[in-house]
Write a protein that binds this ligand. Structure first.
Ligand code: ATP
Ligand code: MG
Ligand code: MG
Length: 349
């Protein structure tokens, strides 16, 4: 069989490798650690730095197609591998998604609504931006933020210095505060021929900035906006000539979906699709990057919920196994507070 190269060895890589194996592909993982959650299920593991363009090139040569499960990769090092083997999603899509200013600018150029925003590089530029956008507002580092880290809220102009300190004075964007009741993410898979499919949009509940629970089908305002958000998400994917699974986060604004950010990869809010949809996000990602037909995203039940097991919540695993209809996933990680250790999916038929 063919070999899929996966850059990054975490739980997303693990679930990609499992899906790949199911349809006859072997996986070769490249990651800086000696092993990781994907290590138990991949055929081969290469330890190497993400910056090491030479090692990445040799890795790509050992594979038929290359993808990634981790988005904070240096695009310069990847650019060399892109010409060697099919590389999906593209380095250009990754470059845009890594940078809040680039992704919001890209969305705006394709008539996709965003919060008012401005790029800021200095404290003086932040003062000007606050004068223009007003408060409340959120200052976010352009790069490397996740789970709400690298952000500071400004309630009034008095918060400017403190906010700049909080984010460490890095290149940032200032965003106007959007009033919304719910936020949601659209997950879609797009094939090289331009076909794309989207899954049902879950309602997500976060706890301390980390996804705690996803449920489908969506309710209330999310359900009302889903069709528009899917259309806009597909527009974004088409404009990027995207191949693979793309996650797009939206706020439910009073006048429709407002783009927040995108992740150029499979996404935690789509873990419910493993048992809850006909074809999972992981399998459709593999199908898309291999140029195979995409599978149906239809629901396997009337209701599906996915609960993340964070930190010591994973110790509940015996009770979860004792539930007859729960699907337990553990990622083989050692317990640390706040760490995503596994998840459990419950499908109501
Ligand atoms: P992750 O990648 O884990 O989703 P992140 O660190 O990239 O998070 P964002 O998703 O941009 O950060 O923001 C985190 C949360 O803060 C959002 O899910 C939303 O609840 C809130 N938030 C972000 N931007 C705004 C905004 N402009 N107005 C109101 N709330 C916001
Ligand atoms: Mg993010
Ligand atoms: Mg987010």
């Amino acid at each position: 069989g063919s070999t899929i190269g996966i850059i990054g060895g975490g739980q997303l890589g693990r679930m990609l490798a499992v899906a790949a194996a199911q349809i006859g592909y072997r996986s070769h993982v490249y990651a800086p650690e000696a092993t990781g959650p994907a290590g138990e299920v991949c055929a081969e593991w290469t330890q190497g730095d993400y910056e090491d363009a030479g090692a990445l090139k040799r890795f790509a040569e050992s594979c038929h197609v290359v993808t990634y499960e981790f988005e904070n990769l240096p695009v310069e090092a990847l650019a060399a591998t892109e010409g060697l083997r099919p590389f999906h999603p593209s380095v250009e899509a990754l470059r845009i998604a890594q940078d809040r200013a680039l992704e919001k600018g890209f969305a705006g150029r394709h008539d996709i609504p965003t919060a008012p925003w401005t790029a800021v590089n200095t404290l003086d530029e932040l003062r000007d931006a606050v004068a223009g956008i007003g408060t409340p507002a959120i200052l976010k580092t352009r790069r490397f933020g996740y789970d709400g880290k690298g952000q500071a809220r400004l309630c009034s102009p008095d918060d400017i210095e403190a906010a700049w300190q909080t984010i460490g004075g890095q290149p940032a964007v200032l965003e106007g505060f959007v009033r919304f009741d719910v936020e949601y993410s659209v997950l879609l898979a797009r094939a090289p021929n331009g076909e794309s499919v989207a899954w049902d949009v879950p309602t997500n509940v976060h706890s301390n900035g980390v996804l705690a629970l996803s449920t489908v089908p969506p309710q209330g305002q999310v359900a009302e906006q889903v069709a528009d958000a899917v259309t806009l998400s597909k527009r974004l994917a088409d404009a990027l000539d995207y191949v693979g699974v793309l996650a797009v986060e939206w706020f439910a604004g009073a006048d429709g979906p407002i783009f927040n950010e995108m992740a150029p990869r499979v996404h935690n809010s789509g873990h419910w699709t493993i048992e809850g949809a006909t074809t999972s996000q992981f399998e459709n990602h593999i199908r898309a990057i291999c140029g195979l037909p995409l599978g149906s995203t239809s629901l396997m039940g009337s209701h599906v919920e996915m609960e993340n097991l964070i930190g010591e919540e994973a110790e509940r695993w015996p009770a979860i196994l004792a539930e007859r209809d729960a699907h337990l996933h553990l990622y083989g990680k050692s317990v640390r507070p706040g760490r995503k250790m596994g998840h459990v999916t419950r499908v109501t038929r």
